[in-house]
Design a protein around this ligand. Structure first.
Ligand SMILES: Nc1ncnc2c1ncn2[C@@H]1O[C@H](COP(=O)(O)OP(=O)(O)OP(=O)(O)O)[C@@H](O)[C@H]1O
Length: 459
C-alpha cells in the first residue's frame, strides 16, 4: 500500500511538472507565433462561437419536430484555444468533420472580458505608433454587435459604462486607450473620433450636424489621396477627452444606424459601422523633417473646433504660431514639433445573409443585396492580397475603399470572426470560417511604426 502511495505521489508530481512545462512551452509558442505574425504582417483572426440562443430554437416555419430539433443542434465546437471543429451533416451525405485553425478561438462560455484581454495588447501598439484595426465579421445574428459594442436593449440602442461586464470591444478599447494616455505627460496626446456607416454602398457621416446642431447622417465620398491612401473629405471629427464622452458620442450615432428585423435576427444591423479614433501625439523632433503621414488630415479639421477643444498646451502652441491654418510642415519646421497620428479603426460589419432564411423583401431585400455584395468585395480583396496579385480591387465597393489602408496597408488588423453554433446556419458558418482562413493567408510585410514620440521614455 505504501509503495503504491509513494508511486501515486511521484506520478502526481511528475504530472504537475509536465503540466507546468506545457504551460511554459505554450506561452513561448504564443510569443513566437506573435513575432511571426508581426514579421509577415499577417492578419490576425480570432473566432468566437456564440451560445445557442432561444431564437435559434424558436420555429420560424412549420418544420416537423424532428427536423426542428436537428436544425437547432450545435455543429460548431471549440476543440482548443486555436481550433474549431464543424460537423457537416447534409441530407443524403455522410457526416464530414472539418477543422479550422485561428490565432485564438473562444467558446460560448468565454466572457467579454476574456475576448478583450486578447485585444488589449494591440492598443499598447497603437500608442507605440502603429495603426490598428479591429473588425467583426460573420453571418447575421452571429454576435458581431454583441462582441464589438455589447448587448443591445430591445427598443433602444444604449451604451453605458454601468453594464461593464457586458461591454464589448469598442467601449473597452476606448477606456484602455484613455488609460494608456493618462500614463503619458499631460497634453501630449489627444483623441478625435469619427463615426461613419456604409449603407447601401454609400458612406454616411454620423457625426455631421446641420445648422441647428442636430445630428444626422450626411452622405460623404471616399477618395484616394496622392499618397495612395483612402480619405473621406469633409468628414466630421470630434475631440473626446474621456471614455464617457466617447460613449455618449457613439450612442448618439447608434440611434441613427439603420436596423431592420429579419426572420433570423430581430435587431439586424443593415449597415457597416466604422468608428475611428485618431490619436495625435505631440513630440519634439530632432530634425525638421515632417513624415508624409504626420498631420495628413489636418486640412480637414475646422480650425475653430480645434481651438475650442484642444488641450491648453496646444492652445499655447497656437499663440506661438499665429495661424493654425498654416501648413503642418511649416508649423513643424519652426518649432521642430512633430504630430504623429495613429488610427484605431473599430468596425462592426453588417452580417452576411441568406435571403431564403431571413425572409426579407422590399427595402430590406435591397439592403441585403448591398450587404452581401460589399462582403463579397471584401473577400475578393483578401483573395487578391493573399495571392499577391498586382491589382487589388479595393474600389469595387465603398466598404473596401474606405478600409483600404487597414486591410492592405500597414495597420495591425484583427478580424473577429463571429459564428452561430447551430446546424441551421451551417452554410453561413462555413462561409465565415472560410473567410477567416483566407484572411490568415494574407502576408502584408512588416508593420510600419510611426516615429516614436520623444516622450515614450515615460511609458
Ligand atoms: N457571446 C454571446 N453571449 C450571449 N449573447 C450573445 C452572444 N453573442 C450574441 N448574443 C446575442 O445574440 C443576438 C444577436 O447578436 P448580435 O446582435 O451581436 O448579432 P449580429 O451579428 O450583430 O447581427 P446583425 O449582423 O444582423 O446585426 C443578440 O441578442 C445578442 O445579445
Amino acid at each position: 500500500m505504501q509503495t503504491f502511495q509513494t508511486k501515486a505521489f511521484d506520478l502526481e508530481q511528475s504530472l504537475q511538472e509536465v503540466n507546468e512545462r506545457y504551460q511554459q512551452e505554450k506561452q513561448k509558442r504564443k510569443i513566437l507565433h506573435n513575432s511571426l505574425v508581426e514579421l509577415r504582417g499577417n492578419i490576425r483572426v480570432h473566432c468566437r462561437i456564440r451560445p445557442l440562443l432561444p431564437f435559434d430554437i424558436a420555429s420560424g416555419h412549420t418544420a416537423s419536430q424532428d427536423r426542428h430539433k436537428k436544425l437547432s443542434e450545435e455543429v460548431a465546437h471549440v476543440i482548443n484555444e486555436e481550433t474549431v471543429l464543424v460537423k457537416c451533416s447534409r441530407p443524403g451525405h455522410t457526416l464530414v468533420s472539418k477543422t479550422f485553425q485561428f490565432d485564438r478561438v473562444y467558446s460560448a462560455a468565454e466572457s467579454q472580458d476574456v475576448v478583450f484581454a486578447d485585444v488589449a495588447p494591440l492598443l499598447t501598439s497603437l500608442l507605440d505608433g502603429y495603426n490598428v484595426c479591429i473588425m467583426a465579421y460573420g453571418q447575421t445574428g452571429s454576435g458581431k454587435t454583441y462582441t464589438m459594442l455589447g448587448p443591445q436593449s430591445e427598443d433602444e440602442v444604449t451604451l453605458s459604462i454601468k453594464d461593464e461586464p457586458e461591454l464589448g470591444v469598442i467601449p473597452r478599447a476606448t477606456e484602455e486607450v484613455f488609460r494608456l494616455i493618462s500614463e503619458k505627460p499631460p497634453g501630449s496626446h489627444w483623441v478625435e473620433v469619427s463615426v461613419v456607416e456604409v449603407y447601401n454602398n454609400e458612406i454616411f457621416d454620423l457625426l455631421a450636424k446641420d445648422g441647428c446642431g442636430t445630428v444626422f447622417g450626411i452622405k460623404r465620398d471616399v477618395v484616394t489621396t496622392k499618397e495612395g491612401k483612402s480619405d473621406v473629405p469633409l468628414l466630421t471629427y470630434e475631440t473626446v477627452e474621456n471614455a464617457v464622452e466617447f460613449l455618449q458620442l457613439v450612442d448618439r450615432c447608434l440611434q441613427l444606424r439603420v436596423k431592420h428585423p429579419t426572420l433570423v435576427h430581430a435587431h439586424s444591423s443593415r449597415s457597416h459601422l466604422v468608428v475611428t479614433l485618431t490619436i495625435t501625439t505631440k513630440a519634439v523632433s530632432a530634425d525638421s523633417f515632417a513624415p508624409p503621414w504626420a498631420d495628413e488630415q489636418s486640412s480637414q479639421r475646422r480650425s475653430k473646433e480645434l481651438f475650442c477643444t484642444f488641450p491648453q498646451q496646444m492652445k499655447d502652441d497656437k499663440l506661438i504660431f499665429p495661424s493654425r491654418a498654416s501648413s503642418p510642415v511649416q508649423f513643424q519646421s519652426v518649432e521642430k514639433l512633430k504630430h504623429i497620428k495613429t488610427k484605431l479603426q473599430l468596425v462592426d460589419l453588417a452580417g452576411s445573409e441568406c435571403v431564403g432564411m431571413s425572409g426579407v423583401t422590399g427595402t430590406a431585400l435591397r439592403e441585403t443585396s448591398f450587404i452581401n455584395r460589399s462582403l463579397s468585395a471584401l473577400s475578393d480583396v483578401l483573395g487578391a492580397l493573399a495571392e499577391q496579385r498586382s491589382h487589388v480591387p479595393y474600389r469595387n465597393s465603398k466598404l473596401t475603399h474606405l478600409l483600404q489602408d487597414s486591410i492592405g496597408g500597414d495597420a495591425k488588423l484583427l478580424v473577429m470572426l463571429c459564428v452561430s453554433p447551430c446546424q441551421k446556419y451551417l452554410t453561413e458558418s462555413l462561409q465565415s470560417l472560410g473567410f477567416g482562413t483566407r484572411a490568415r493567408q494574407v502576408q502584408r510585410g512588416q508593420f510600419k511604426k510611426r516615429n516614436p514620440p520623444v516622450s515614450s521614455k515615460s511609458k
